[in-house]
Design a protein around this ligand. Structure first.
Ligand code: MRU
Length: 354
């Protein structure tokens, strides 16, 4: 698996995903602003990965603050400001806010600690967030692989792979585990316009892992289902509301509609850090709108004149009624989701029943 975001010597480093699949360039973030820009411009993206990136960014701001002042109040203020800056990067993935809240909670515990000791403690918290995410991905893979039968043809949308997490991905985790176990599987990868995370990132991951795959344009998925060529859909999530509504990459809802129309199971795989019990339904999940240039072009190539009006929401919401099951590291849950998701967040391990 490729590394997505990590701590290198004294700063966060990440694989610049905007350049994939043709160039593998590591970006070294030496300031909070550089990291914030990397998140906003999708150099690092995917809900769990941006949470991990932000956590490392907070730790980095702490080391920078500790270098310039021994004053505890100044240190706390600088780190809190970094948290605010990083929180302003992208609005939809709740993992970002979840990770920042963990870092803030750690900062509160350290309110009487000298900066020189507090900074390493914040780095330890960021590392823990990263390691826990990797472990969650592995567990999602183990539980989700039970849903995959030999010879299955599965469809995925966007990239909920290793590049979107600190581990083996969420939607891709059951696929990678099934493949590791030698079970035959074929993956249909939606290209995922406008930014082509499926074509550029998921297909790249499948290729590297040796998983048989076929890349399709987004408008081909429903037709493949109608022709009986898709046995299951696996997608990730940016935020799961308390009632089980799922925000994920724009286009996910269309895939869910087509899946339900054709009796194809639609699985959502996500760590419990993606569940937002404070958001009752998908209706109040903030949906990021991105620049029109992303639709007017494709991977840097201009497609239409600059004056063509564009609508560019980055995510959509799939109502819970379309979701066959939600696969988390603490178990697989099915409708009705309300109580089941609340139970997962309280740490009640579900049986992992399928
Ligand atoms: O805009 P992106 O590329 O950050 O969107 C990513 C997705 O929608 C993923 O499916 C989601 O974050 C789940 S990642 C495990």
């Amino acid at each position: 698996m490729s590394r997505t975001i990590w701590w290198q010597d004294d700063h966060p480093a990440l694989l610049d995903q905007t350049l994939l699949p043709f160039e593998e360039v590591v970006l070294h973030c030496r300031t909070t602003e550089e990291l914030a820009e990397a998140i906003t411009s999708l150099r690092v993206r995917g809900a769990p990965a941006i949470g991990v990136a932000a956590a490392f960014g907070v730790a980095h701001s702490a080391f920078l603050a500790a270098e310039t002042s021994e004053d505890v109040a100044t240190f706390q203020e600088v780190v809190r400001t970094a948290c605010m800056r990083l929180a302003a990067t992208r609005p939809t993935a709740v993992n970002l806010f979840w990770a920042l809240e963990r870092m803030r909670a750690k900062l509160r515990v350290l309110e009487a600690t000298a900066p020189a000791a507090a900074a390493p403690a914040l780095l330890a918290e960021a590392r823990a967030i990263s390691e826990e995410d990797a472990a969650a991905c592995r567990r999602i893979g183990e539980l989700g692989a039970a849903l995959i039968e030999d010879g299955m043809r599965v469809l995925t949308h966007c990239n909920a792979g290793a590049l979107a997490t600190a581990g083996i991905g969420t939607a891709t985790a059951p696929i990678f585990v099934a493949h590791e176990l030698g079970r035959p599987i074929h993956v249909y990868v939606d290209e995922t316009r406008p930014l082509l995370q499926g074509a550029r990132l998921t297909a790249w991951e499948m290729d590297r892992a040796g998983v048989p795959f076929t890349l399709i344009a987004d408008n081909m998925a429903a037709s493949l289902m109608r022709r009986g060529k898709i046995d299951a859909v696996f997608v990730g999530a940016d935020r799961i509301a308390a009632n089980g509504d799922v925000a994920n990459k724009i286009g996910t809802f269309g895939v869910a509609l087509a899946a339900q129309a054709h009796g194809v199971p639609f699985y959502v795989a996500a760590p419990t850090s993606t569940i937002d019990l404070a958001t009752p339904t998908g209706d109040t999940i903030p949906i990021e709108e991105r620049k029109p240039e992303e639709v007017r072009s494709a991977h840097g190539h201009r497609l239409v004149p600059d004056h063509f009006p564009v609508y560019n929401p980055a995510f959509d919401v799939t109502p819970a009624t379309y979701v066959t099951a939600i696969i988390t590291e603490r178990g697989i849950v099915r409708a009705p989701y309300g109580e089941a998701l609340a139970g997962l967040c309280l740490g009640n391990r579900q049986k992992g029943s399928v």
